[in-house]
Design a protein around this ligand. Sequence first.
Ligand code: SAH
Length: 354
Amino acid sequence: MGGRGRELRREIAVLIETDLTGLPVLVVGPAELVGAVARRYRRAGAVVDVITAPDGLTPELRDRVRLAVLVGTASTWSGVREALAGRCPVVREPAAEVTRGRVALVGAGPGGVDLLTVAAVRALSDADVVLTDRLAEVGDLGALAPGAEIIDVGKRAGHHAVPQSEIERIMVQRALSGLTVVRLKGGDPYVFGRGGEEVAAAVAAGLPVTVVPGISSAVAVPGSAGIPVTHREVSHVFTVVSGHVPLDPRRAEALVHLGGTLVFLMGMHNLVPLTTALVRAGLPEETPAAVVERGFTPDQRSIVGTAATLPDLVASAGAASPSVIVVGEVVRQSEVWERRSDSHGVRSGPVGVA
Ligand code: SAH
């Protein structure tokens, strides 16, 4: 694109920065290119119609539009150009500017819009497509990603989760068609989030990919219950472990030997085998332990006991996933937290470390 291309780009930039509220805009072009352009104009407030073939231009549409945007090869659709000539401004959006799709893996934090990063909010507002998950609960996603296609790939009651390979396929296919795809993930994308695999899939497809870190539940959820994962002179190491499968004796011994704080994610269905394995490996039964359920929701609860008593306390409280399990002396700090002066009415389960 020579001087004319630059001139058009300037023209488009002016148009996009102008408030287009209510302006009838027609976006014309091949199906794989028009989506992203249409969404950009919608975000600027325009009322957008899209046609993907020259014969889509009806007389009614021709009379109504106040601005036409010809995307990629559409600029060569002479019938459309002629039909619009003299009726409204016609600008051209060069294909090179719209065909480059990309992928952003975005950490949503442990829950709620307040715990999104500024970078995450920005990435969502730029998205054409958002692939979201059950744990990425950020409230009104439609408001954060206006005009974006939102695809829920998480597990919901009565529905199966979309398989990982299918998530990657959708993500890559949408980005290859020129769209900006946000893969929104609970917590941090790289903490038990299969973020590495999704980055690899995007890289293999030759797509530009970025990763926006998120606040991980591994640290933030214990913190929200007043449990610091490290504490001076109490614990100077914390280990985050998947509780998805039970601990084998060698690993349990290694963890106990390491000392400090143990944080288990995805471990609620294995609470008994996990605590039993640790005690068998030498962890004192009276070691404080807690479950923090549904962090950062109005239903948040803490159940505090010891390595020996926690499973029964959790069973009688009926606590379930999503929860973070914390084992270690730092759990005692939750008592300090309970006594803080503004703690009246704070939710908590049975408290009282043995
Ligand atoms: N990438 C995520 C973790 C994914 S594994 C992160 O960095 O936080 C999913 C597990 O995270 C759940 O089984 C649970 O153990 C934990 N989890 C995530 N959000 C939680 C929340 N709001 N409250 C309690 N546990 C949570």
